[in-house]
Design a binder for this molecule. Structure first.
Ligand SMILES: [Zn+2]
Length: 127
């Protein structure tokens, strides 16, 4: 039976297996995913390139914070002490920082949403 979407989403944000909700999704920093759940054996890779959608979600979340922040920063008084290059470096660091924050929830969200829409069973490798 399909779990409620809210439970699936909160499970995703905790980076837990969408099937048993116990096994961790990640085994290394920042986004190394286990090949399968260490607890129930559910495959975390349904097909090759599976986490492309996770990358797109990461990118969308990063852009969704970066662009509004940039637009708001245009309203602030100009900081003459900061050069163009320094400004570019700061925005780049901010973008990398956001990516590192969002990459895990985005990958986990993709896995949980896909499982919620069309569940598969431990032992099944690919569709
Ligand atoms: Zn599991």
């Amino acid at each position: 039976m399909r779990p409620p979407i809210r439970a699936a989403l909160s499970n995703a944000l905790q980076c837990r297996c969408p099937n048993c909700r116990e096994g961790p999704v990640f085994r290394g920093w920042p986004n190394r995913v286990w090949p399968r759940c260490p607890v129930c054996g559910l495959s975390y890779f349904r097909e090759s390139g599976y986490y492309l959608a996770g990358m797109i979600l990461t990118y969308a979340a990063t852009a969704g914070v970066l662009i509004p922040t940039y637009l708001i920063s245009l309203l602030l008084p100009d900081m003459k002490a900061v050069t163009e290059n320094e400004r570019f470096a700061l925005w780049s660091l901010f973008a990398i920082f956001l990516t590192l924050i969002f990459v895990r929830p985005a990958y986990s969200l993709w896995l949980s949403l896909d499982f919620w829409i069309d569940p598969w069973h431990p032992g099944e490798q690919q569709r």
